[in-house]
Write a protein of this length. Structure first.
Length: 394
């Protein structure tokens, strides 16, 4: 029997941006269902497994009856101490585990919570363009507004603070930054973060640094953490995640680190939403952070060697693009006569290679496609060879 009982959603749900990349996934699946061998460079999901010693730590801790109970609301101290130790060793940044660390169900959760704890309806948030779409989601749920910070190639994909209007400076309460950057793969020097702290202080804007790709820097360079800049903790926080550093995307472990007032707001919101992560996962996450970091070095070396193979192949077909210094993404200019979406469609249809159209990351992403270095060197090279056969580059 048909029911005419209809269930309207809250207005705020209608503000949530549509998931642009859902269509891409559908298109890829259609090609695969039609029997084609698609090389999918469109996604950002690490392709190799979590290192065995971390998996073993979870297997062992799963047996511990302590972890079968509720975890402490704000998580186990040993995990907060573990991330604090990592920041001290890797970045020389000192943090207090109880007041300057919040444990998150992955970085994404914190990115979406932050606007909700800081912004009132109508407040302004500055977001990078192009940028990771989850920033938009939190702003929408807070019923706040966004103003875009253009990231341009001529400015090494860093925002130009001088170019921000008086009005935006006055109205903005929060700003997202993300280096190593998704999607452009740019990295930020310490001097940029020093300027950021100064800009934030002058204008009363909280800084949220998304350091999801913090571990992935090439050619011997470790990407700089925002918290390394003097005074960073006065004005903001950094999000860190185990998803990329240790191939733990499915485990959902992340952190907010830095300013104690903001951390306590996030913790308060989380007290009302969750009990912290499964204790066994917290224990294995602490193992990841405190045991030998060789697995991270090996992972970065693997991405670097894929980058080299991929860019060597791009060079051979005449596709000119800047080699990334960090992250596992390639940000590639589309040839004349195409939009990012029409070019991505062409590559999928004619070469059976999937890439993410830049427009999905904001208007500033137009003119580029993003390819992930998340397939073997052989597959990456084959993808470029297939594209080469289309003779699109001069
Ligand atoms: C820029 C950026 N930030 C944050 C995340 C979220 O990572 P997670 O929620 O797995 O910690 C991702 C994941 O792809 C990302 O690309």
């Amino acid at each position: 029997m048909m029911s005419n009982f209809s269930i309207p959603s809250a207005d705020v749900m209608k503000q949530l941006p549509t998931q642009f990349f859902a269509t891409l996934v559908q298109n890829v699946n259609r090609e695969i269902a039609a029997g084609h061998d698609v090389i999918n460079l469109g996604q950002g999901n690490p392709d190799t497994p979590t290192p065995p010693h971390i998996v073993k730590a979870l297997q062992e801790s799963a047996d511990n009856p302590l972890y079968h109970k509720y975890s402490p609301f704000r998580g186990y101290s040993f995990l907060k101490e573990a991330v604090v130790q990592r920041y001290q060793e890797d970045y020389g940044v000192t943090l207090d585990p109880e007041t300057e660390v919040a444990i998150l169900f992955g970085g994404k959760t914190g990115l979406v919570q932050l606007p909700q704890v800081l912004l009132n309806p109508g407040d302004l948030c500055l977001v990078p363009d192009p940028g990771y779409p989850d920033y938009w989601s939190g702003v929408a749920l807070a019923k706040a507004e966004m103003s875009f910070l253009p990231l341009k190639e001529e400015n090494r994909f860093l925002p130009d603070y001088e170019a921000i209007s008086e009005e935006d400076r006055r109205r903005a309460k929060l700003m997202f930054l993300n280096y190593p950057n998704n999607p452009t793969s740019a990295i930020a020097p310490l001097s940029f973060y020093e300027d950021t702290v100064e800009f934030a202080k002058r204008n009363g804007i909280v800084v949220a640094s998304d350091f999801a790709y913090g571990a992935i820097g090439f050619d011997g360079e470790r990407p700089v953490s925002f918290l390394q800049a003097q005074g960073a903790k006065d004005v903001g926080i950094e999000f860190y995640t185990l998803s990329k550093t240790y191939n733990m995307a499915g485990w959902r472990v992340g952190f907010a680190l830095g300013n104690a007032e903001i951390i306590s707001m996030i913790n308060l919101l989380q007290d009302h939403m969750y009990v912290s992560l499964f204790g066994g996962i917290q224990s294995a996450a602490a193992t990841a952070l405190t045991s030998s970091q060789d697995c991270v070095g090996e992972l970065v070396a693997r991405y670097e060697s894929r980058r080299n193979a991929f860019y060597d192949a791009l060079g051979l077909i005449g596709w000119k693009a800047t080699r990334p210094s960090g992250s596992f993404f390639s940000w590639l200019p589309v040839p004349q006569g195409y939009t990012s979406a029409s070019f991505a469609d062409l590559l999928l249809r004619e070469a059976k290679v999937a890439v993410a159209p830049g427009i999905g990351f904001g208007n500033g992403g137009e003119g580029y496609v993003r390819a992930g270095l998340l397939s073997s060197e052989a597959r990456l090279t084959e993808a470029v060879e297939r594209i080469g056969k289309l003779s699109l580059f001069g």
